[in-house]
Every structure is written in C-alpha cells, then in structure tokens.
Ligand binder design. Structure first.
Ligand SMILES: Cc1ncc(COP(=O)(O)O)c(C=O)c1O
Length: 466
C-alpha cells in the first residue's frame, strides 16, 4: 500500500468522486450531514450487512459508525427487516395512530425507568427541542443549563456548548435572544450549585449522562447522583439525553445501569431500529402537559402543542419493536460491550508498544482515542497526556482526525466521528483483530509523518518506536 494515504484514498474512490461532483451541484454543502463531509470527497455507501459496509467502489469496511450508533444489532438484521416488510404490506403511512405504535410505547415504558409516558418524535433533535419546551412550560422558567461539549442535536435552543469555543454559537443564524437562554458551564458540581443558586430562571439541566459525545469527556455515576440531588433541591428538571446511551448502556439505558431516574429523557437512534424516530419520555405529571382536558382555556393556552406528520410512523415502530425486543434481553449489549473492551485494550497495548502519546478509553460499547498532536507537545509519557479537559478532548486538531480516519479507511475500517466509534452485536473477534492491525499501521504512519507525538525526552526529533 502506498505510504501516501491521501493518494490511496483517492485511488480507491473514482465512483464516490463522481457522485460528489454531482452532489456539489444539487445538494447544499454537498452532503446530507455536516459530519459526512470529507475532502477531497466523501465515500458513498452502497450496502451494509452485519458489521460491514461496502462503498460504491466496492471497498469493504468494518464499520464502527453503525448508522450513527442507531444499529445496535448490526446492519440489516433479518428480524428487523422482516418486521418492516410485514407492516409495509399494510401501508406506508396513515397520518393516524395505529396499534404498532401502542406496543412500541409499551416496550419503551417497560425498559426505561423515567418513561412513565412516551411521546414520539422523528429524531433526537426533535426530542431535545420538545423536552426544552415542556421544561419551560412545567417550571415557568426559561433557561437550560448545559455542560461544555455535550451534543443534543442541531436546533437553536442547543446552539451553544457542543464544541469549542463553548461560549460561541455552533452555527450562524441563531437569534441572540435564543442564545441567551442557554447557560454553558464546565461539568463541575461546584459550578452547577453556584449557577443554580444564582439564576432562578433555569428550567432544566440537560446532559448526556455518560459525558459529552457518549463519554468522550467522561462523567461518573457519582456526578450524576449529585446532579440529581442538586436539581431536585432547586426545583430544576433533570433531562437525560439518552439518544446514544439509551438501550445501549443497558436495556434501560444509562439510567437503568446506574439507578438514577431523571425527570425526562430523550431517546432516538436504537429506539427506532435503524429508521428515523425518537421520543421524549418522562414523569406522568410533567407529560400530562400534553393532555387535552376539555377545558378550552387550558387546551388552547395551557398545554404543549406538538404535531408532526411522521410521528410514530408504522415502519419505524415495527423496526423499533423488533430491535427493542432483542435489546430487552441484554444480550446484544453484552456482546457489543465485550467487543468494545477488546478493541480499547488492544488499542492501549499498541499505543504503549509504539510509545505514542495518547490513549484509548470509553464505556459500554463505545471507544474513543485521544492522540497528542505534533509538534512540540512535550509529552514524555502516556500517563501525562490523560486529561478530563473538554476543550482538549473535543478539540483534537482537524489534521490529526483526518489522518486517523483516512488511514483507517484505506485499511478497511471506518469510525463514527472524530476518533471514536461504537460496536454492535454483529462485531466479531475477527473484526477486532483486523481492526487492531489497521490501527497499528495507522498509528505508525501518523507518527512517522509527525502528525502525532511519540513519548520520550523532547529534543525535536522523533524517538524510535523500540
Ligand atoms: C447525544 C445526542 N443527542 C441528540 C442527537 C441528535 O439526534 P438526531 O441526529 O437524531 O437529530 C444526537 C445525534 O447524534 C446525539 O448523539
């Protein structure tokens, strides 16, 4: 394989390149999702099955993106495909409620501790947007408290905090008045207490309970327990964004794993079995804000308005039920967790052996890699680069991320985003072995190209690997 990874990437993708040329002329920004953008062109996927996917040029990948973490069972699981085929036969979409959605809500209610009531939406973003509307209506307060680095979708009300610099909007076009409703602080209990004491207009704390980006900036159960106490003491609602952790960390999500019940939770991804879908779930008294009471004044002014053509569509409901029935057993999670642990341990061994300033970490079925960039990092041992700083963990330079992703891709491995991914129940020990070989070659290439730091007394040169 050519040492020049960019050349290899280009050589492997003539059809993808052609498709991107067309897409640039008909698709705004050229892609359907910001994270899919890649230079000189992104890859276009033809099909996927199990732990693997194939692009339009016939290249095969062991996939750790798994449909943006939606596919816990792997790609195209037969029981989910069968369930969708079965409901398709009865119609694609009614715009009215149907029996499958009632079963779907029941399953979610049974599995997720905070789900006394379920309201369906079409995505995680819709779920967090609705959660904040409900929190404001219930508390009659306006603001949301968020933590640095936590991602909860792309709508305006979470338009600050997901990426550094955390005090700046995540997008152009967000009204300043909306940004004023978002308070972003580092995830520290003292800061939480001080903020809640000082600002009586905070309606809710909304967070990824595992820590930003499913644990890239990790949080502990102890932090979550104390946060539960603090929010309750201040009459502030606690909202768990379990769009990634839901059904993944355990059948009951993060909350089921650690035994902490938030006031509301947002679900998505796995919940709809690989099709679009999501839900806001929560305490019955809060969710009663959706109820029609028959009192015209209340029904017009006192309740939450919520519509949506495709809410609880039959196809997503069927895929969701088939997936959640499997997830309820805990078996897919156990398998995926074991594969991720093998991967994290193997990556750690390689980084140690290669004297690279970085580390692999994560919980459940996720993995994250932190690599210290060149030049002059001053890194002298791997332990010294361990950090909990959100800006460092979420601020890895773009050239490091690109080199990491492309080097893995030309060796047949794909990650979800940045330098992180998820495993599924379809991943095997053979997949992990192949992935670790690709990881080792990637790390060696990046180090020899001086993209990442090797540990050792820093004298301007690169210490030898052995
Ligand atoms: C934690 C978290 N919340 C919310 C979202 C937004 O979900 P969606 O992409 O379905 O709008 C995501 C998406 O990746 C997420 O990871």
């Amino acid at each position: 394989m050519s040492d020049n990874w960019l050349t290899s990437y280009v050589e492997r993708g003539p059809r993808s390149r052609e498709l991107f040329e067309q897409a640039k002329r008909n698709t705004a920004g050229g892609v359907g999702h910001d994270l899919r953008f890649a230079r000189p062109f992104p890859r276009y996927i033809d099909h996927a099955a199990g732990s693997r996917m194939w692009d339009t040029d016939g290249n095969e990948y062991i996939d750790y993106g798994m449909g943006n973490a939606a596919c816990l069972l792997g790609h195209s699981p037969p029981e989910v495909l069968d369930a969708v085929r079965e409901v398709i036969g009865r119609g694609l979409h009614f715009g009215l409620d149907h029996p499958v959605q009632v079963e779907w809500a029941g399953l979610i209610q049974r599995l997720i501790p905070s789900a006394e009531r379920v309201r369906f939406v079409n995505s995680g973003t819709e779920g967090t947007m609705l959660a904040l509307r409900v929190a404001r209506a219930f508390t009659r307060r306006t603001k949301v408290l968020r933590f640095e680095g936590h991602f909860s979708g792309w709508h305006d009300y979470v338009g600050r905090g997901a990426m550094p610099p955390y005090d700046r909007p995540t997008s152009a076009g967000i009204p300043p008045a909306t940004l004023d409703t978002i308070v972003v602080i580092p995830a520290g209990l003292d800061q939480v207490e001080e903020t809640l004491r000082g600002d009586p207009d905070i309606a809710a704390v909304m967070l990824e309970p595992s820590g930003a980006s499913w644990g890239r900036v990790p949080l502990t159960p102890e932090f979550n327990r104390e946060l539960r106490r603090l929010t309750a003491d201040h009459g502030v609602l606690l909202i768990y964004d379990e769009v990634i952790t839901g059904f993944r960390y355990s059948p009951g999500g993060y909350q089921g794993l650690v035994g902490i019940t938030p006031d509301m939770s947002v679900l998505g991804k796995i919940m709809a079995g690989g099709l679009p879908g999501g839900a806001l779930v929560g305490r019955a008294d809060i969710m009663s804000l959706f109820d029609f009471t028959g009192d015209p004044r209340h029904d017009r002014h006192g309740r939450i308005q919520h519509l949506g053509t495709f809410n609880a569509n039959p196809l997503s409901a069927a895929a969701g039920i088939a997936t959640l029935k499997q997830a309820a057993t805990g078996r897919p999670q156990a398998r995926a967790d074991r594969m991720a642990a093998l991967l994290r341990d193997g990556m750690e061994e390689i980084l140690e052996r290669e004297h690279v300033a970085g580390y692999a970490y994560g919980d459940s079925s996720g993995f994250h890699v932190y690599l210290e960039a060149h030049p002059g990092s001053g890194a002298t041992d791997r332990a010294a680069v361990r950090t909990t700083d959100a800006t460092r963990l979420k601020g890895i330079p773009g050239n490091v991320i690109t080199a990491f992703q492309k080097n893995l891709q030309i060796r047949g491995v794909d990650v979800l985003s940045f330098m992180a991914g998820v495993t599924s129940a379809a991943h095997s020990e053979e997949d992990i072995g192949e992935t670790l070989d690709a990881f080792q070659d990637t790390i060696r290439t990046m180090a020899s190209n001086k993209i990442i730091a090797r540990c050792g007394r820093w004298s301007g040169g690169i210490p030898a690997a052995d």
